[in-house]
Design a protein around this ligand. Structure first.
Ligand SMILES: C[S@@+](CC[C@H](N)C(=O)[O-])C[C@H]1O[C@@H](n2cnc3c(N)ncnc32)[C@H](O)[C@@H]1O
Length: 265
């Protein structure tokens, strides 16, 4: 016969395998890491300006100081995000991309990113509706490698953008939506004709489109008349209290960033 001895309870912690989107990438080391690069420390994350969700202008008002929204100089691209202050931007992460989260594949608005939950299992974050999205919805798609300055990546089941090259003052922020999506949009890779002097990308020193910055929010409007209409509609006095201050970028939440991700639809 065996006597059942009392067993001491084992104390242990279950340490899960890191998921693919737990890793971040250090450009200097050219290596992946979790949380903090052992050599270069924690990457910088830029937080959105705080705004109550559901405000009709929510997306535009979340713009961090130093960035602006205005008409894009890319033909038929609508609005864009551009960088307005005098220092260069580098080594920053924006996000997460906000919007309505759905598992419905039909989320095909032109503003929805695909997020991989696990093998063959996806969800979508759709930034179409401005009251539920953030400023990242205004970032347009790059037309070639040279003008790309942001990379979209998935981190902890969310989409972030990181600055893959120095962003000069006056430049539009441009991210790759992924090859398939870009083609579906009719965005031709290499359509920016630099050699023939037909580059329509807005660079410093080039003729700028007409811009009328709104004094009460981060929008810039293409005509004085539309600015008047916007002010009347969006800023009946007193101005909306969540109006962000226009200062240089101030990274607040130093955490890391990583890899490229596919754009959905
Ligand atoms: C995520 S939104 C970008 C913000 C958009 N420009 C706006 O005004 O709301 C994606 C849409 O912008 C337009 N777009 C983005 N990049 C473009 C490009 N390089 N050329 C033409 N249209 C572009 C397309 O209409 C696309 O469906």
């Amino acid at each position: 016969m065996y006597s059942l001895r009392e067993r001491k309870g084992l104390e242990y912690q279950e340490v899960g395998e890191p998921q693919n989107d737990d890793y971040l990438y250090c450009e200097k080391c050219q290596n992946f890491f979790i949380d903090t690069c052992a050599v270069h420390g924690a990457p910088m994350f830029v937080k959105d300006s705080p705004v109550d969700r559901g405000h009709p202008n929510h997306s535009a008002l979340t713009l961090p100081p130093g960035l602006r929204i205005g008409p894009s100089s890319i033909p038929e691209a609508g609005l864009r995000v551009w960088y307005e202050v005098s220092e260069q931007l580098l080594g920053l992460h924006f996000g997460p991309y906000k919007g309505q989260v759905t598992e419905d594949e039909a989320a095909n608005s032109g503003y929805s990113w695909l997020i991989t939950k696990r093998r063959n299992c996806y969800k979508y974050v759709d930034g179409k509706d401005e009251p539920w999205a953030n400023q990242m919805r205004y970032v347009n798609c790059t037309r070639d490698k040279e003008e790309q300055n942001l990379v979209a990546f998935q981190y902890h089941r969310q989409i972030f953008y990181w600055t893959c090259r120095t962003i000069q003052p006056g430049c539009e922020l441009l991210v790759s939506y992924g090859d398939n999506y870009g083609q579906e949009l009719g965005i031709k890779w290499g359509s920016r004709n630099v050699e023939k002097g037909l580059d329509v990308g807005f660079q410093i020193g080039e003729p700028k489109p007409e811009i009328h910055p709104c004094p009460s929010c981060t929008l810039a409007i293409s005509s004085q008349k539309f600015l008047g209409q916007h002010t009347k509609h969006s800023h009946p006095s007193p101005p909306f209290p969540g109006t962000p201050e226009r200062k240089h970028l101030q990274p607040e939440d130093p955490r890391p960033g990583g890899r490229r991700q596919q754009h959905s639809d």
